[in-house]
Design a protein around this ligand. Structure first.
Ligand code: 5AD
Ligand code: SF4
Length: 447
């Protein structure tokens, strides 16, 4: 039986990318504005929102196992929660979810979640509610103000993607590229800082395609936006993710050299080191043009930490082509990276290409690639020992007096002392691990 009383408590579970984390926070704010409270830790919620990811098959399948687990627990306790499926699986498989998982009451796509309160009313009245419309940007105007948040906050500046990489579902699930207006972003950044943020990460599937009109009516791009936001009093750090090599212009390269609040970290997915594979992926860059671009960024900001995304086992990828990816990794020396086995996504051109690669081959390639990436990440951390830098205190550690924060290069840093979340402290990096560093406090920096 699906519940028919209005929910008093909610839980939002977000999977996948940071865009989903942002959407999850906004849905939580929307539900809180309706008088629904977050379910206390460890207690069942009356409403569970599964904010899903469709980028790879594993991520998409997780939704169905989660729904099964939640309704089984509900049956055992005699209290079925209302289940809403949001995010990219909702967008891509709306009707299919309702058919395959009868326990679900609401299916809402990433561009329609501002209508969640009306959908809840319908669900409580016993109707199933599906909304996978893609109205451009309407949701942002319909959402409530930002509430108290942590020191590091996300701000979605752009959604959707026009690049149509042949393996990727994003252009279908998130739709065409849309930039949020300049003025709205300046206002939201101010509100985030007023609510406690010291660092803002500008988000989008392709933030480098952001464009807008500034207060003088001039057309500006991502760099112009970064420079304006850097003037926000109380904001200490700006980051952005994700960008596409084809859209990175001189201005954003220069901003890394001349805007101190823009952190020395660049996540620039390459996907493969083979020009033939890159062409088949419709990536519009070559290994060489990518490396040249990185050199220009490094010239502007020599201490820049680099990060990237990789796919192994794209259809037709030969051993020699995979070796080219390993060579590119060796050349770049990434500080951090994300790597995945190719996963055929229904409706994308690569899903029907010849020469799909066997699972065992993909497993082996991923293992080798990740070994190289882990080695480089550890090397980057080891090379950081002896550096002094500012760390933004984000949360308490496991032990009393221990804190965890992020270095400018997005490394996790542990240290001890008497601090508060949101403090910026000067730290000397004294010891490196594969995934984090230990720091010794020099002094707290004035806000
Ligand atoms: N299979 C595997 N990885 C994928 N990505 C996107 N689509 C797929 C797919 N079909 C990866 C890319 C992208 C990151 C967000 O996810 O590396 O940059
Ligand atoms: Fe997907 Fe990124 Fe390519 Fe856009 S640029 S299609 S989001 S992989």
């Amino acid at each position: 039986m699906k519940p028919t009383t209005p929910p008093k408590t909610y839980r939002v579970k977000s999977f996948g990318c940071q865009m989903n984390v942002y959407d999850g926070e906004r849905m939580a704010e929307l539900l809180a504005a309706q008088g629904i409270a977050p379910a206390p830790e460890g207690e069942d919620a009356d409403l569970v929102v599964l904010n899903t990811c469709h980028i790879r098959e594993k991520a998409a399948e997780k939704v169905y196992s989660d729904i099964g687990r939640i309704s089984k627990a509900g049956a055992a306790s005699g209290k079925q929660p209302l289940i809403a499926v949001a995010g990219c699986v909702a967008q891509a498989e709306g009707e299919e979810i309702m058919a395959r998982a009868p326990a679900v009451s609401i299916v809402v796509g990433p561009q329609a979640y501002h209508r969640l309160p009306e959908m809840l009313d319908r669900a409580v009245a016993g109707e199933s509610a599906t909304d996978t419309d893609m109205p451009p940007i309407a949701k942002f105007d319909a959402l409530p103000d930002r509430r108290k948040i942590g020191p590091s906050a996300f701000l979605t500046i752009q959604e959707g993607c026009d690049k149509f990489c042949t393996y990727c579902v994003v252009p279908y699930t998130r739709g065409a590229e849309i930039s949020r207006p300049f003025r709205d972003l300046v206002t939201e950044a101010r509100k985030l800082v007023d609510a406690g943020a010291r660092e803002i990460t500008l988000l989008g599937q392709n933030v480098s395609a952001w464009s807008g009109e500034n207060e003088k009516g001039h057309r500006i791009g991502l760099a112009g936006l970064v420079r304006t936001l850097a003037e926000t009093d109380g904001l200490a750090r700006i980051r952005y993710t994700t960008s596409h090599p084809a859209d990175m212009d001189e201005d954003i390269i220069a901003a890394h050299g001349d805007t101190p609040k823009l952190m020395p970290y660049l996540h620039l997915p390459v996907q493969s080191g083979s020009d033939r594979v890159l062409k088949a992926m419709n990536r519009s860059h070559t290994a060489e043009s990518y490396l040249e671009l990185l050199e220009r960024f490094r010239a502007a900001r020599p201490d820049l930490a680099l990060s990237g995304d990789f796919i192994v086992g794209f259809p037709g990828e030969t051993d020699a082509e995979f070796e080219e990816t390993l060579r590119l990794v060796d050349t770049v020396g990434y500080a951090q990276a994300f790597s995945f086995k190719y996963s055929p996504r229904p409706g994308t051109p690569a899903a029907t290409m010849d020469d799909q690669i066997a699972k065992e081959v993909m497993d082996e390639r991923l293992q080798r690639l990740q070994a190289a990436l882990n080695r480089d990440q550890f090397a980057f951390n080891k090379a950081s020992v002896g550096r002094t830098c500012q760390v933004l205190v984000e949360r308490r550690g496991k032990h009393p007096g221990q804190w965890l924060g992020k270095s400018p290069w997005l490394q996790s840093v542990w240290f001890e002392g008497d601090y508060a979340i949101g403090d910026l402290v000067d730290v000397e990096l004294v010891e490196a691990g594969p995934n984090s560093l230990a720091g010794r406090i020099l002094q707290r920096v004035a806000a």
